[in-house]
Design a protein around this ligand. Structure first.
Ligand code: SAH
Length: 349
């Protein structure tokens, strides 16, 4: 069928939205579950493959929708097994997704925007500025397409929204994507325990997310006083730290879950023993675990990673303060796939 201008990526719709569209066409809503199974569980690439749907119904779907994939440009494989996918979008823009293999399961780090508007001083993605939000279909395609590329797709168990962009600045598309990612009947079937949204701190959206979903929350804190945080992360001028921490205290966490606080440790900027002590006090009344991420350098930055001694001293203070805390050694550094190193320029890799 020749594409028509009204055609849209069917993955932009949640199952409920698709069911509604079907009803509007006079088709029984339960057909949405069949279509979802074909797209997300059986990886169908066109409607004609959906053999349990009648021919005229398949034609109706094909007249209105496409089932888009992203165009893979390169797949870099790190010495530690990390795989960085560079994808081209239909309008020519580029994004990256990073697959991090672990012993029994893989984690996929997914992008939500082309570029980023947050302007965090330590992050390479910020340097290229903001281009646009990803659609729900483009967010989901990263997961669906990478799964298709894997020899053992069932090993992909964790999704982290820690790629390019600020997830909560693309809230509606993110929420729709999460609905399909965690749809345990016909969608991508990820457990809510294994999906994490990381935010630079768009405070009002944090509580909305907590009410709308049961997924995990990670906060990129990165400093312990407003002056330093505002220098590193301009968003702090709009939503200062005390409001952010207050929102975290009210986040509707399920029993036994914690909010992850990410703290990029940068030499001479936020890595002192005083910082560690302030962090302990700041998070005293939050159900928190802390991931300390030694700064990952990239060409052109003046910032540096602290020495191992400083890093372990910082961690020690958090542990003495009673927190669950780890040093997160970013994988995939040799292929620029680590935290803060994503930039998605074709030809750069
Ligand atoms: N915008 C979201 C999602 C990006 S996640 C957020 O800010 O949380 C990217 C994570 O990598 C964040 O925790 C960020 O603080 C961290 N990061 C960014 N640049 C980094 C760098 N150069 N080295 C180490 N971590 C970095």
């Amino acid at each position: 069928m020749t594409p028509s201008f009204q055609q849209k990526d069917i993955k932009d719709l949640t199952k409920r939205q698709l069911a509604q569209w079907l009803e509007d066409q006079g088709v029984r809503a339960f057909r949405a579950t069949q279509i979802f199974k074909w797209i997300y569980l059986r990886q169908a690439d066109d409607f004609d493959a959906m053999t349990d749907l009648g021919k005229s119904f398949r034609d109706l779907l094909a007249a209105h929708f496409t089932i888009n994939r992203l165009a893979p440009v390169t797949i870099d494989i790190s010495g530690d097994g990390t795989r960085k996918y560079l994808f081209q979008l239909a309008d020519g823009q580029y994004i990256e997704s990073v697959l991090i293999p672990e012993k029994n399961h893989h984690t996929l780090c997914v992008s939500t925007q082309v570029g980023c508007a947050q302007g965090c001083k330590f992050c390479l993605t910020a340097k290229g500025g903001f281009k646009r939000n990803l659609s729900t279909g483009e967010i989901l395609a990263q997961i669906r397409d990478v799964k298709k590329d894997l020899l053992q797709p069932q090993n992909l168990k964790n999704i982290v929204f820690m790629g390019m962009g600020e997830p909560l600045a693309n809230y509606n598309n993110l929420l729709n994507a999460i609905e399909t990612i965690t749809d345990s009947d016909n969608g991508l079937k990820f457990s809510t325990r294994r999906v994490t949204v990381s935010t630079a701190g768009l405070t009002p959206k944090i509580l909305e997310l907590g009410v709308a979903t049961h997924i995990n929350l990670a906060i990129s804190l990165n400093a312990t006083d407003n002056k330093t945080r505002s220098l590193l992360m301009p968003i702090n001028r709009t939503y200062p730290m005390e409001d952010l921490i207050e929102a975290c205290k009210h986040y509707p966490l399920l029993p036994r879950r914690k909010i992850t606080f990410e703290y990029v440790l940068i030499k001479g900027i936020n890595d002192s023993a005083e910082d560690a002590g302030r962090l302990v006090k700041l998070l005293a009344h939050v159900r928190a675990k802390i991931n300390v991420i030694p700064f990952n350098p990239y060409p052109g930055t003046d910032m540096k990673r602290p020495s191992d001694k400083v890093i372990s001293h910082f961690l020690g203070i958090l542990l003495d303060g009673g927190f669950t805390a780890i040093i997160r050694h970013s994988k995939g550094q040799d292929i620029s796939a680590a935290c803060g190193q994503l930039s998605a320029h074709a030809g750069q890799v």
